[in-house]
Design a binder for this molecule. Structure first.
Ligand SMILES: *Cc1c(COP(=O)(O)O)cnc(C)c1O
Length: 399
């Protein structure tokens, strides 16, 4: 699953280049940096690898989402549609720009149900934000059609699906904007970091400026830069970018290993009667970072998660009970437990979720387990793990 598992000499070399000059900042210091521009270089490699015209590195995936929405002009009173199954960062970023997260059901793809999305569109909707959860993709054709029909932005949260593809195009490059996270547990890591991808030059320039206090970046003297509008500091450091540079050069290898180990586990489980698998809109494009499957009922799913943990087979999250990835445990959102004061409109919208049920999402998530795929397993280790998993799952289904 995560690139940190294969951290090594390549990362150390890139970081060392930065340590040699001592210029840890990505902008300015043109002389003393002696030609070392890790963030710039990583942006260029990201554009090349993923086929995006522009890439703006920032300090996190959350910052990437915030920057993308600010650049799109999304703010007060605007609604952004997101799935009930995602990471909390999705609504943090939306609320942060003053907008309202509209949570809608997922389906057996574990991503936005296009029909539920269609039903949630109002005159205030500005964007649809599919989240490509657990390494695999949303139904992008259907969502893109909805965006075209209603004149909405398609914002891809591809933070968990770096290197995945949909019909030949990399996830994150298909919508108006896309975002990756390079936090420590993502498919490739910078330690902390993120990126906004877009083919729109004007939008890219706004992201570049917004993520650096509004600096216009027109000249060589930062102090003389103008500030066309307010921004924030969402900059990535050269040290973090250096790690990412080593990681992106190993992406092909990461994906190859991940897909191999994914296939091994899948082959061990695929014939278990009663077990079904997540629907993947484009199987070819799956990154293989998780294998997600469904038990016949919720009790069995819970028991499988427990039994796997007891057998020492780790990293098989049962998301339904997870505090961070499913709406059921987001009491802080439902209580509008903000430290800062927010608008009444936002507050009411949040508190509305305390009383809204999501039976369709519950029916799927309560039966789902996602098994994380490690890059560190040998083929034999993956085989052994798959064999033990199959034994435990079969036992529980037939009990
Ligand atoms: C990790 C993640 C983010 C946020 O990334 P950070 O870099 O940790 O801020 C956003 N969305 C999803 C789906 C994620 O998994």
């Amino acid at each position: 699953m995560p690139g940190y598992e294969l951290f090594g000499a390549e990362e150390r070399k890139e970081v060392n280049d930065v340590l040699e000059t001592g210029i840890l900042m990505r902008y300015g210091f043109d002389g003393p940096r002696k030609g070392i521009w890790k963030a710039k270089e990583l942006e260029q490699e990201i554009c090349k690898y993923f086929g995006s015209k522009h890439a703006q590195l920032v300090s996190s995936g959350t910052a990437a989402l915030s920057t993308a929405m600010a650049a799109l002009g999304i703010g007060k009173g605007d609604e952004v549609i997101i799935p009930t199954f995602t990471f909390v960062a999705s609504f943090e970023a939306i609320v942060g720009v003053g907008a309202i997260p509209v949570l809608v059901d997922i389906d057996d793809t574990l991503t936005l149900d296009p029909e539920a999305v269609a039903n949630a569109i109002t005159s205030k909707t500005k964007a649809i934000m599919p989240v490509h959860m657990c390494g695999s993709m949303a139904q992008l054709d259907e969502l893109r059609n909805l965006c075209d029909k209603h004149n909405l932005f398609l914002i891809e949260d591809a933070c968990q699906a770096i290197g995945g593809k949909y019909k030949g195009e990399y996830l994150g490059t298909i919508g108006k904007v896309g975002t990756f996270s390079f936090d420590f547990v993502k498919i490739m890591t910078c330690g902390e970091g993120g990126v906004v991808l877009t083919n729109d030059a004007q939008l890219a320039e706004k992201c570049d400026q917004y993520s650096d206090h509004g600096h216009d970046h027109y000249g060589k003297d930062r102090g003389a830069d103008l500030h066309p509008y307010l921004g924030y500091n969402y900059r990535i450091s050269e040290l973090h970018a250096a790690v990412g540079l080593a990681q992106i050069r190993k992406m092909d290898y990461f994906l190859e290993l991940q897909k191999r180990n994914h296939r091994i586990i899948y082959d061990c489980l695929k014939n278990i009667s009663g077990l079904s698998f997540r629907r993947i809109p484009d199987k070819e494009g799956d990154t293989g970072s998780f294998l997600s499957f469904f038990l016949p009922n919720a009790e069995q799913a819970k028991n499988v998660a427990l039994a796997l943990a007891e057998a020492g087979i780790g990293a098989n999250p049962y998301w339904y009970d997870n505090n961070w990835h499913y709406i059921r445990k987001w009491e802080h959102l439902k209580n509008a437990a903000f430290l800062n004061r927010i608008s009444d409109e936002q507050k009411q919208a949040m508190m509305h979720y305390a009383n809204q049920a999501f039976p369709s999402s519950d029916a799927i998530m309560s039966r789902c387990i996602s098994s994380a795929i490690s890059l560190a397993w040998t083929e034999d280790q993956a085989q052994e793990r798959g064999r033990k998993m199959a034994e435990i799952i079969t036992q529980i289904i037939t009990a």
